[in-house]
Design a binder for this molecule. Sequence first.
Ligand code: HEM
Length: 221
Amino acid sequence: MSNNGMLKSSIARKVAMALSGLFLILFLGQHFFINSMSVVSPDTFNEISHFMGYNPVVQFVLQPILIFGVIFHFCMGLYLDYQNKKARPIKYVKNNGAANASWMSRNMVITGIVVLAFLGLHFYDFWVHEMNVKYINVQPEDPTRYYEELRQKFVDPVRVGIYVVSFVLLALHLLHGFMSSFQSIGFNNKYSRSLRGFAYAFAILVPAGFALIALYHHFTI
Ligand code: HEM
């Protein structure tokens, strides 16, 4: 490939990385909203969870897109990191890392791997259970079961601890990732400053909110 072609495809990959990240952030926002209902109104939480669990569009269109999005984001992230390291044989990180880039930006792969490991546990906790109830041990539809099932997951203090630590790493991942995705898609105008503020607030408040939800259920059951 010509130099020009290589540059173009590497920009395309960065844009794809940013768009998949923004898509996952969108998912995270709605996931946070639904989970926060488990604190505010158990009935509403049950209603929404039941809808999400049985709606065919959510189950057979959105869910596979989401899973593809997670896998794509992870693989592309590893690939771009590998390309970056190859293009920069002298590791400036070792020389004077802090002066060149923030801890967050230098450790996106590490924070990303921790979030992915969390997702493994999280899938085991909720998704595998759900598949079991619906398709393996087929049980009759019960639109009121979700709230209690959720609370049971947060009885174990070790699990709550793992969740909370993962949310801290998620915040670090988002603190760099959210802003950097705007840069990658070339969003640079008079709204950039406000968007920066929104991205930082989201990166801190949403993971903190997830942690509070887990702690709330743990300490109130
Ligand atoms: C206290 C925090 C959280 C609680 C209580 C929670 C709860 C849940 C519940 C009840 C489900 C539904 C399972 C199902 O019916 O299929 C779910 C799915 C999921 N959660 Fe969470 N979650 C939390 C945090 C997170 C975070 C921080 C992430 C991402 C980093 C995340 C990613 C996912 C994903 C990818 C799914 C699968 C969605 C699907 O069904 O396709 N969750 N979670």
